[in-house]
Design a binder for this molecule. Structure first.
Ligand SMILES: C[S@@+](CC[C@H](N)C(=O)[O-])C[C@H]1O[C@@H](n2cnc3c(N)ncnc32)[C@H](O)[C@@H]1O
Length: 257
C-alpha cells in the first residue's frame, strides 16, 4: 500500500457490520419509493448511452457489496471489482461463492428483519464468476489493473482521501476510446477527504467558487472528454421509516489521447 494512504475516520465506517447490511439492502433489496435500484439504473444507462468499442475488460472501483460488478458482468467478459473495505469484499465474495446471502436490516429500535437473497435470481453463476473481487485502494491500484474499456467509480470520488491521485492514474488504465464513469452526489466531507484535496464544493485561491463538475473537468482535461451528464437518484434505507434520498450525478468521460 502507498505510504500516503491515511486511515481516515470515514474509511473505518465502511467496515462496520451495520454498513454491510445497509449496503446489502441498498444493492439487493426491494426498490423504495419507486426509485430504481441504483447500481442497475447506472449500468443500464451506460449500456444504452455509451458507444463501447469492445466489451472486454472493466473495473468497478469502490464496488462495495458488488451489485454493479455483477450487472457489468452481463455485458463484459471480465470485471475487476475493488473496494477498500474488507467487510464489503467478503460479503460480495461469499454471495458469489455460495449463491445466497442472509442479512438483517433495522426496522425500529432494537428490532430487525431477516432478509435472504439468491444471486441466481439476478445473474447466472457463469456470469457472476466473471467478476474478480479484491480489496484495494483506488488511489494506489496494482500496476496490472489496466487496459479497461470501462472504469466505473460509483459514489466514490467524494469518499477518497486524494481523489486527484485516482483521476491522474486513469489515463494509464483505460484504453484509447474507453470510458471513465463517475457518479457522485458531491457530498464532500473532511472525515473522508482533507479539504485541500476537495475537487469542488469550495473556493479557489482567488476566493471564487469551484463546483465539482468544474474540478473534474480540470483534473481530466485534456486526456478525457465529457460525453454526457445524467441525474440518477437513489434511496438508502436506514430503518423501516427513515431513508436517505439522494441525487447522484453520473458523468461519462471518454479517453481521447
Ligand atoms: C458511498 S460508497 C459507494 C459504493 C458503491 N459504489 C455504490 O454506489 O453503492 C463508497 C465506497 O467506496 C469505498 N472506498 C472508499 N475509499 C476507497 C479507496 N481509497 N479505495 C477503494 N474503495 C474505497 C468504500 O469502502 C465504499 O464501498
Amino acid at each position: 500500500m502507498n505510504q500516503t494512504t491515511p486511515q481516515t475516520p470515514g474509511a473505518a465506517l465502511y467496515e462496520t457490520h451495520g454498513l454491510v447490511s445497509q449496503y446489502m439492502s441498498f444493492h439487493y433489496g426491494a426498490d423504495v419509493f419507486k426509485v430504481r435500484n441504483f447500481p442497475t439504473a447506472c449500468i443500464d444507462f451506460l449500456q444504452s448511452n455509451l458507444p463501447f468499442k469492445s466489451y472486454d475488460r472493466c473495473l468497478d472501483v469502490g464496488c462495495a457489496v458488488g451489485r454493479s460488478s455483477f450487472e457489468m458482468a452481463k455485458h463484459f467478459t471480465h470485471v475487476d471489482a475493488v473496494d477498500y473495505s474488507s467487510g464489503f469484499i467478503d460479503a460480495a465474495k461469499a454471495l458469489q461463492q455460495s449463491g445466497v446471502a442472509r442479512y438483517t436490516i433495522p426496522t425500529e429500535g432494537k428490532l430487525t428483519l431477516d432478509c435472504r437473497l439468491s444471486l441466481e435470481s439476478l445473474v447466472s453463476s457463469d456470469i457472476a464468476n466473471r467478476v474478480n473481487f479484491q480489496t484495494g485502494d483506488a488511489c494506489d491500484l496494482p500496476e496490472n489493473m489496466r487496459d479497461y474499456d470501462l472504469v466505473f467509480a460509483g459514489n466514490l470520488i467524494d469518499r477518497l482521501y486524494q481523489p486527484k491521485l485516482f483521476l491522474d492514474s486513469m489515463s494509464h488504465r483505460i484504453r484509447d476510446g474507453g470510458w471513465l464513469v463517475i457518479t457522485s452526489p458531491y457530498t464532500w466531507l473532511e472525515d473522508y477527504t482533507p479539504t485541500n484535496h476537495w475537487l469542488g464544493g469550495c473556493t479557489d485561491k482567488n476566493g471564487d467558487p469551484v463546483d465539482t463538475i468544474t474540478g473534474l473537468s480540470r483534473a481530466l482535461h485534456p486526456k478525457f472528454k465529457l460525453h454526457c451528464r445524467e441525474d440518477i437518484p437513489f434511496v438508502i434505507r436506514e430503518t423501516a421509516r427513515k431513508h436517505q434520498h439522494t441525487i447522484a450525478e453520473l458523468t461519462a468521460w471518454q479517453r481521447t489521447e
